[in-house]
Design a protein around this ligand. Structure first.
Ligand code: PMV
Length: 326
């Protein structure tokens, strides 16, 4: 019987080139399609978990504030899985800190549940394999499965819990890309991705998106392995448009773009036509992730900051795997 105690871990959020949107099983978070992303090394979530038999309820602090009831509920449901694995019953004290704004299109849930999965399992004395840890992180947030391994990570779609996990297709040092995130709003989104995944099938376009996802995954994997920016740009923007087309045609519709988001998309297309290796993708929020080759990142960031409506730029290169701090 493991002795409950405390443990800390740090994880990076990731940005997907090929997006996860919609589940084949909502409870297990088994995705409708495979996805592919890169970890963002400069952005971090650091989480400490301590199981304590004296506690009468779960205690969760995020960025030095008491968490909202719905956040506590989600973390508690996740910790139930860990408690079941370890055969313990007591509650935990969880403290989580992000060095970036959460809730507006920078997938804080990816790094949050990757760090939580590692800290919580270490705190109960479990030492999981990368695969098992990725599967566990997936139960908290699908994209968190991709923040467990290092660098460029593919999360395969599968019909069972055992077979759906992320694995690295190339290490962080494989290709010097940067994500220049054009922040156009730091407000929390009205409909988060957990609810959004449930709406995906209400769009008549989701079936077509899913049917063609494997081909885009193969193109994207190849583009990354060959460091072919033109191919990566084309498939990333196509996949992004397909996901947002599904969002916009769901019932109720989800329209995450702001005027400034669209202005950035047009500008990036113009820059690429003029020879700058840059392309864009947006998650479930208005901020635009502009992926570029690192050599062009200073120029891209400066030009982005000059677009009206862009509040600030966050920048990050590739990142490694989730790490234990103990
Ligand atoms: O992991 P979730 O449930 O927050 O879903 C992530 C969904 C997107 O960020 C929009 C796409 C993706 O693949 O990261």
């Amino acid at each position: 019987m493991p002795k409950p105690g405390g443990a800390s871990a740090v994880a990076h959020p990731n940005i997907a080139f090929i997006k996860y949107w919609g589940n084949r099983d909502h409870l297990l978070r088994l995705p409708a399609n495979g996805s592919l992303s890169m970890n963002l090394g400069s952005l971090k979530t650091q989480t400490t978990v301590e199981f304590d038999r004296q506690l009468k309820t779960e205690q969760l602090r995020i960025n030095d504030k008491d968490a909202l009831p719905e956040q506590v509920k989600r973390v508690s449901a996740f910790l139930d899985i860990v408690r079941q694995m370890a055969g313990i019953e007591h509650f935990a004290r969880v403290d989580s800190q992000n060095n970036f704004p959460s809730g507006s299109g920078i997938a804080s849930s990816s790094s949050a549940f990757a760090a939580l999965a590692l800290a919580a399992t270490r705190a109960v004395g479990l030492d999981l394999s990368e695969q098992a840890l990725s599967r566990l992180a997936r139960r908290g947030s699908g994209s968190a499965s991709r923040s467990v391994p290092a660098g460029f990570v593919e999360w395969r779609a599968a019909n069972t819990d055992e077979d759906s996990y992320g694995s690295s297709i190339a290490p962080a040092g494989h290709w010097a890309l940067e994500d220049c995130i054009a922040i156009v709003s730091e407000e929390h989104k009205a409909i988060g991705s957990s609810q959004g995944h449930k709406l995906a099938d209400s769009s008549p376009l989701q079936a077509a998106r899913i049917a063609s996802a494997e081909a885009r995954l193969a193109t994207c994997r190849q583009a990354i392995l060959q460091r072919d920016f033109a191919a990566l740009a084309q498939v990333t923007e196509l996949d992004n448009h397909l996901m947002h087309a599904v969002m916009m045609t769901s019932r109720p519709p989800l329209l995450y773009w702001q005027a400034a988001s669209v202005a950035v998309m047009h500008a990036v297309n113009d820059w690429r036509a003029a020879g700058t290796p840059a392309c864009y993708t947006l998650d479930a929020g208005p901020n635009v992730h502009v992926i570029c080759e690192a050599a062009s990142a200073d120029k891209v960031a400066t030009q982005l900051s000059e677009i009206p409506g862009v509040v600030r730029i966050l920048r990050s290169g590739l990142g490694g795997a989730v790490q234990s701090l103990d």
